[in-house]
Design a protein around this ligand. Structure first.
Ligand SMILES: *Cc1c(COP(=O)(O)O)cnc(C)c1O
Length: 248
């Protein structure tokens, strides 16, 4: 088995865990490919973001050894500890959790894609940080759909105005929309949320502000296949790869 040669001893101690993560990654990839196939899409149209919040770096390395190329974290400070530890330059880091404006600078430094922009104020902060660092900050807009109980995100009716306003921000690249629907027992029950997000993206296109919205970040361990059938390009999967997290 291919592994990081610098970690032979650690690997031996953690062989079972490493093998189990590899098997889980492979199984998730198979399920992604099958869901894409059902929707007439190619597996390569869907990127797996392994959500590694609360997961120690050794297990994250196991996932990277198993072929994971994108990692998702929900806390900026946790990511600050982990990012320097993972010496895999090919891996991209995604912020999937809520971002406070006072952590904007750190987020821009650490992450390749921020999924959770939910206000014009935050968009301005990130744009300014991008200008300072001379980089374009890649983001998604996190959407709260009508009828959904208190999750973070900007209400759907405010999304198109926000996209309009973001056009003036030259260091911000808005690349899509993200949603975290409420948990429902049966994945079919969240299908309408995923469909509405896709339709909102299409409406933004019709309104002339959505041409660059290539991404729909939707679907987690419980419901990613339904999300892929509805057009997800980024699925954020934690438990199905790393197992249950300690309660947070
Ligand atoms: C934790 C988390 C996930 C992954 O959830 P699982 O159910 O473990 O797959 C996805 N997206 C966000 C925003 C999260 O916070």
């Amino acid at each position: 088995m291919l592994g990081n040669p610098h970690r032979t001893e650690q690997r031996e101690a953690g062989t079972i865990v490493g093998e189990e993560i590899r098997a889980r990654v492979e199984q998730v990839r198979r399920r992604i490919a099958e869901a894409a196939g059902r929707a007439g899409r190619r597996p390569g149209d869907v990127e797996l973001v392994a959500v590694s919040k609360a997961v120690p770096i050794s297990r994250i390395r196991d996932a990277v050894d198993a072929g994971v190329t994108a990692l998702g974290e929900n806390r900026v400070h946790e990511a600050r500890e982990k990012v320097p530890l993972l010496e895999s330059p090919a891996v991209t880091w995604h912020l999937v959790g809520h971002l406070q404006t006072n952590k904007g600078k750190l987020a821009v430094e650490l992450f390749d894609l921020i999924h959770s922009v939910d206000s014009l104020k935050l968009a301005h902060v990130l744009d300014r940080q991008g200008a300072t660092l001379g980089k374009r900050v890649r983001v998604l807009i996190q959407v709260e759909l009508g009828g959904e109980p208190t999750k973070s995100g900007i209400r759907d009716e405010h999304v198109i105005p926000l996209l309009h306003a973001c056009r003036d921000l030259s260091h911000l690249a808005v690349e899509g929309l993200m949603i975290m629907p409420p948990f429902r027992e049966h994945p079919e029950e969240v299908r309408p949320f995923f469909r509405q997000l896709r339709e909102l993206r299409d409406r933004a296109g019709d309104a002339g502000v959505g041409q660059h919205l290539a991404h729909l970040s939707m679907g987690m361990s419980h419901d990613f296949e339904v999300a892929i059938e509805e057009g997800a390009t980024l699925v954020r999967i934690g438990t199905a790869i790393f197992g249950e997290r300690p309660q947070d």
